[in-house]
Write a protein that binds this ligand. Structure first.
Ligand SMILES: [Zn+2]
Length: 169
C-alpha cells in the first residue's frame, strides 16, 4: 500500500470505526465486570478499567473493498474470534468467557494506545499485506503473548512486553 493510498483510506476507516463504536455503545461492557482473576496480574488497573468489550455474532470488519482497498478482501471476509478498535474490542459470543481471548484483545488495546490510531492502522495494514493475518507483526505479538498467558507460566507485565516488542519492530 502506498503512503498516498493510506492517506486516502485512513480517514474513511477511522470514520467507519467511530460509527461502529457509536452504534454498539449501549452494548459495551466493562472488562472489570467479568471478574477475571488472572487478567489483572498482567495489565495495570488503569488499562483494564479503560477497556470495554462488546459481544456480537460476527465481529465487525471495515468495508475495505468499498473503500477501494481490494487487496484486503480476504481479510475482510474472515470470521474472527475478536477484533479491537481503539479502547473497545468485539468478541464472538462463543469466546465471550474465554479469558485468554480477552487477553489477546487487551494486547491489541495496548498496541492501539502506544502506537496511536494512525500508526496502528498503518502498521496493521502493512503487516497484513506482507505477512498475512496470522504472521503480521501486531497479530503475532498478540498470539505469542496469548500463548504465554494460556500456558500459565510466570506472570509478566503485558504492557511492558508490548512496549518492548514495538520498540524493535
Ligand atoms: Zn488479534
Amino acid at each position: 500500500m502506498t503512503p498516498q493510498e493510506f492517506e486516502t483510506a485512513f480517514p474513511k476507516v477511522m470514520g467507519w470505526i467511530q460509527q461502529t463504536l457509536v452504534a454498539h455503545k449501549t452494548l459495551g461492557r466493562s472488562v472489570t465486570s467479568k471478574n477475571f482473576k488472572r487478567l489483572p496480574l498482567y495489565f495495570s488497573r488503569t488499562q483494564i478499567e479503560a477497556a470495554k468489550f462488546v459481544v456480537v455474532d460476527r465481529v465487525p470488519v471495515p468495508p475495505l473493498s468499498a473503500i477501494g482497498l481490494y487487496r484486503f478482501m480476504e481479510f475482510e471476509r474472515g470470521d474472527y474470534d475478536g477484533i479491537t478498535y481503539l479502547d473497545t474490542y468485539f468478541l464472538k459470543r462463543s469466546g465471550a468467557d474465554d479469558e485468554s481471548l480477552h487477553f489477546h484483545e487487551m494486547i491489541h488495546l495496548v498496541q492501539w494506545r502506544l502506537l496511536g490510531a494512525e500508526f496502528f492502522l498503518a502498521m496493521y495494514a502493512g503487516g497484513l499485506e506482507r505477512f498475512g493475518y496470522r504472521n503480521s507483526p501486531l497479530e503475532k505479538m498478540a498470539y505469542d503473548a496469548q500463548e504465554l498467558f494460556a500456558r500459565s507460566g510466570p506472570v509478566f507485565d503485558a504492557e511492558k512486553l508490548v512496549e518492548e516488542k514495538l520498540s524493535v519492530l
